[in-house]
Ligand binder design. Structure first.
Ligand code: NAG
Ligand code: NAG
Ligand code: NAG
Ligand code: NAG
Length: 289
């Protein structure tokens, strides 16, 4: 019986020795950084994230600092400096030790290092943080230039509206104050499209055969309160004194170089000075023919 115990004893002692030796002389692989971007950009005011994940960290500590400073920003999961914006986003199972800076500012711009505590300060990863100003996008709305259409011809108007952060939700069309909707039997069609990367909502109004009552002011109104308008003049070619045939011949090249950008001014003149608009129509018909 006593012998039996002695044998067990030896087995047990032998096992313990093996265990101890295992931990003492165990090969510990060197820590290694996961690949991650070395150069990152964030907009002022955003949360900047500088990635640092490490394999085989073991019991070592991760320290973040600005490269030009010997004083650490963080050590382990603790923020060392007096700046509430700075934190370590640590996720144990991902071996992640990201540095996060809330409300990032231009003065945070610079080079940082994620360092594994050791005598050797070269066990580190260097990341450049760029803090860029957010481009202010001013919402805007554009509509097709004023049109002169002959009765029976097609009217095509386009309206583009941009938003500050995303496209407007909707565009509505009005003619002389009345809302226009798609009506296939009347040949009226409104198509809509988003261009997200340009933050633009674009809408095309098509009227297959212009009637005299399609003449008027067309308003395009976007859901973000932007509004613009254009004028469509429907010409009755048969009864109009200005016929296609009489329009072109006498116009010179110089006349036809009237800039489209001056059209809004010409439209204003319509009310007061009939002569000017008449010549404008001539120019336009010349283009059409
Ligand atoms: C880092 O990115 C910024 C912005 O994209 C760029 O201006 C800069 O030249 C880059 N720096 C390096 C070292 O690649
Ligand atoms: C609207 O946007 C489209 C596509 O970007 C462009 O081709 C068109 O000329 C624009 N129309 C107006 C009225 O700005
Ligand atoms: C509106 O027109 C201006 C000037 O032509 C142009 O710069 C801008 O990109 C246009 N915007 C849209 C949404 O079409
Ligand atoms: C389309 O127009 C016709 C003729 O004016 C009208 O009777 C009909 O109700 C309209 N349809 C729609 C869907 O508005």
């Amino acid at each position: 019986m006593e012998e039996m115990f002695t044998i067990l004893h030896f087995i047990l002692i032998g096992y313990l020795i093996k265990l101890t030796a295992g931990t003492l002389f165990q090969y510990t692989p060197a820590p290694e950084f996961y690949p991650a971007p070395y150069n990152v950009s964030f907009h002022r005011g955003d949360v900047a994230v500088l990635s640092c994940s490490i394999y085989n960290l073991g019991t070592k500590t991760v320290v973040w600092r600005r490269i030009d400073s010997s004083f650490p920003l963080t050590s382990g999961t603790m923020t060392v400096i007096e700046d509430k914006r700075i934190q370590v986003a640590h996720i144990e199972f991902k071996n992640q030790w990201d540095l996060t800076i809330k409300d990032v500012r231009p003065e945070d711009d610079g080079v940082y290092e994620c360092q594994i505590s050791s005598k050797d300060r070269t066990v580190r990863r260097i990341i450049t943080l760029n803090v860029v100003e957010r481009k202010v996008e001013i919402p805007e709305i554009n509509i097709t230039e004023p049109q002169y259409i002959e009765r029976g011809d097609k009217i095509v108007l386009q309206c583009n509206a941009t938003g500050e952060y995303y496209p407007p939700d909707e565009i509505d069309w009005f003619r002389n104050g009345h809302k226009i909707t798609t009506n296939i039997t009347q040949g009226v069609q409104i198509s809509k499209d988003y261009i997200f990367e340009k933050k633009t909502f674009t809408s095309v109004l098509k009227i297959d055969r212009a009637r005299m009552q399609d003449d008027g002011t067309y308003v395009c109104r976007a859901s973000n309160m932007q509004i613009t308008n254009t004028k469509v003049t429907v010409l009755n070619a048969e009864t109009s004194p200005i016929k296609r045939g009489t329009a072109g011949g006498k116009l010179t090249k110089t006349d036809s170089s009237v800039s489209w950008s001056s059209s809004s001014q010409l439209t204003c003149n319509y009310i007061n000075m009939l002569n000017i608009i008449t010549s404008w129509i001539l120019v336009n018909l010349y283009y059409n023919s």
